[in-house]
Structures are given as C-alpha cells and as structure tokens.
Design a protein around this ligand. Sequence first.
Ligand SMILES: NC(=O)c1ccc[n+]([C@@H]2O[C@H](COP(=O)([O-])OP(=O)(O)OC[C@H]3O[C@@H](n4cnc5c(N)ncnc54)[C@H](O)[C@@H]3O)[C@@H](O)[C@H]2O)c1
Ligand SMILES: O=C(O)CC[C@H](O)C(=O)O
Length: 339
Amino acid sequence: MMLFLSHQSEPIRVLVTGAAGQIAYTLLYRIAKGDVFGKDQPIILILLDIPPMLPVLDGVVMELQDCALPLLREIIPTDKIEVGFKDIDAAILVGSMPRKEGMEKKDLLKANVAIFKTQGAALDKYAKKTVQVVVVGNPANTNCLIALKFAPSIPKENFSCLTRLDHNRACSQVAMHCGVSSDKVKNVIIWGNHYSTQYPDVHHAIVNTHGCELGAYKAVKNDAWLHGDFILTVQQRGAAVIKARKLSSAMSAANAVCDHIKDIWFGTKEGEFISMGVYAAGNSYGIPEDLIYSFPVQIKNKRWKVVDGMSTNDFSRAKMNATAAELMEERDAALDFLT
Ligand SMILES: NC(=O)c1ccc[n+]([C@@H]2O[C@H](COP(=O)([O-])OP(=O)(O)OC[C@H]3O[C@@H](n4cnc5c(N)ncnc54)[C@H](O)[C@@H]3O)[C@@H](O)[C@H]2O)c1
Ligand SMILES: O=C(O)CC[C@H](O)C(=O)O
C-alpha cells in the first residue's frame, strides 16, 4: 500500500523476515524512522512471515502507518518468498525460532537451518546481486553460512551475521566496570560464534577515562575479572535474558541490528573496528575457511575487511580455536540435517 509521495532519492527495498516477531517489532520502527539507512533514504519495507502470522502482520502494518514516518514509502506484508525477496537491496533475516529456557542448541539448529536453505535459494533467484544480507536468526553464524551456500550468484562478502549484540554487551560491561559511558569504550573484539563459546577479547580495546585513552587492561585494573566473569557474563548474557524475561532478547538485538547495518551502509569510524560474523576465507588468523566467524572488521564503501595483525596470546588462541571447533561442528550438523 502506498503511503506518501516525495521528491527525494529512489527508495531502497528492505526485507525483514520474522516481521511479526518481537525483534522485528522494534527493528521495523527504527528502520522506517531513518536510524539505519539514513535520514534522507526513502524505504520500501517488505515484511515476510509465515501464513499463520499474516493477521499479526496486518497489525504491524497498521502501527507503522500510524507512526506517520515520512521516509516510509510502501509496506508490503507477505508470506510469499517470491514477493519477499524480489529486487531487494537489503535482507535482514530474523525469522526463525528463538531458543526457550531448557531448549538445546541442537534442537534450534534442526528447527531453523532449513529456513535458511530456502531463503538462500530465494536470494539467489530473486534478489539484486548487490543485496546485503544480515542473518540474525539463531544459530546465526551457521544459518548465514547455509544461506550463503545456497545463493552462489551473490558475492560471499555480501553476507554477514550478527555478533554486534555481543560486541555491545562487552563494551557495556567494561564501561560499567570503569564508571564511564559506553561510547568511551572502543575496539573490543568478539571472535567466533554468536553462541556461548564466543570469545570476547579486550586486549586491543581502548577506554577513554577523564579524556585519557588507556588500554582496557590498564583501565579496568582487574585481570582476573577480564579473564573470568567478564567473559562468562558476555558469553551467557543471551541465556540470562531468556531466564529473566522468559523470552529471548529483542530490544537489544534490534538495536544491535541497527548498529550493524548502519556500519555496513556508512562505514566504521576512522581508527575503530567492530565485530561481525563474516566468511572466513583468506583470514590471517588461521581460522578454518569455510565458516562464518566473527572477526574485528573495518568497513568502507559497503565492503568489510578483517583487521589483520591483532596480536593473540596463548589464552586468546585457545579460545579462538574452541569457538572455531564449535562452528565446524554446527556446520557439519547443519549439512547433515539438510541431506
Ligand atoms: N544474533 C543475535 O544476536 C540474536 C539476538 C536475539 C535473538 N536472535 C534470534 O533471532 C530470532 C528471532 O527472535 P524473535 O525473538 O524475534 O523471535 P519471535 O518468535 O518473536 O519471532 C520470530 C518470527 O519469525 C517468524 N518465522 C518463522 N519461520 C519463518 C520463515 N520461514 N519465514 C519468515 N518468518 C518466519 C515467526 O512466525 C515469528 O513471527 C531467533 O532465532 C533468536 O534466537 C538472535
Ligand atoms: O539462545 C540464546 O542463548 C541466545 C539468544 C540471543 O541470541 C541473545 O544473544 O540474546
């Protein structure tokens, strides 16, 4: 349905899957309001969900209309893949089952991986070849790898998965520990999986305290915490939120999706890097190549580059390898499920 006419630049087509779900509820508003693709970029929002959720999607459409957002040119609710993926510029793949308390990771993999095979094939067939694909649905790294494998005509560099939530969690934990605001912490790294073997690493992070830039270890002054509870807290934060809310994180996840895509669209700040799950081929850290692995990346002109040359000690190497091993296991299990 058409909303407004204007003389700004051409609208871009943005697909959000799982559009009737809880992450999308926050995310769609942020996108439509201009927080992600810019305040001058008109948007056509395509909302894909499964047939039983169409009545809920109607409600989401009504609410988006009622926000009266000038950048939002058209809203297309659909349960049809060929409509959802047609000529899209960005695909934000959220739609999948979230883990509930007591549910094993393997159950989630089995439930969700087939969705990403279908959607990879749909990207290949219907999307623009320049489409940027961001996978949020869990297990995000492996789902992203599967989507990439089933979309051979789209460059592998156009695929990424969300580890920005973990990155933001790490920044925030360090900031709270140092008594500074979270924007004073930069260059933390999440290595590997979005799941609990991920390695939040602050060996190269910088904290700005009272106008003075210090390495995180110097600023925190508590190596035992940085090697222990800090890592555990970030690794297990998703599970802690599920335990407390009885629902998977949504507000913080949507916020992280916005940060992630905004950095793809507009680039990372000079001298800073962020974490995202990307195809590991050609990495300089000895991580097996056929994985979507979270690295420190810098982005320019919508192209990410893994930041090379970060020194890694034995402590870090062991954790980087452990999370790679988990990802290889997940990949092999996913491929088994699909055959
Ligand atoms: N990577 C991250 O940092 C991160 C953080 C939080 C949550 N997540 C994951 O995001 C996913 C969504 O979470 P949520 O809380 O929004 O879940 P939700 O259950 O509230 O919403 C999921 C939506 O996806 C829809 N869906 C299911 N199959 C679909 C398909 N084939 N096509 C389109 N839509 C489909 C469902 O009908 C539902 O509306 C989960 O897998 C969750 O674990 C990832
Ligand atoms: O299922 C989980 O444990 C993680 C849920 C979500 O991805 C998060 O990080 O909040």
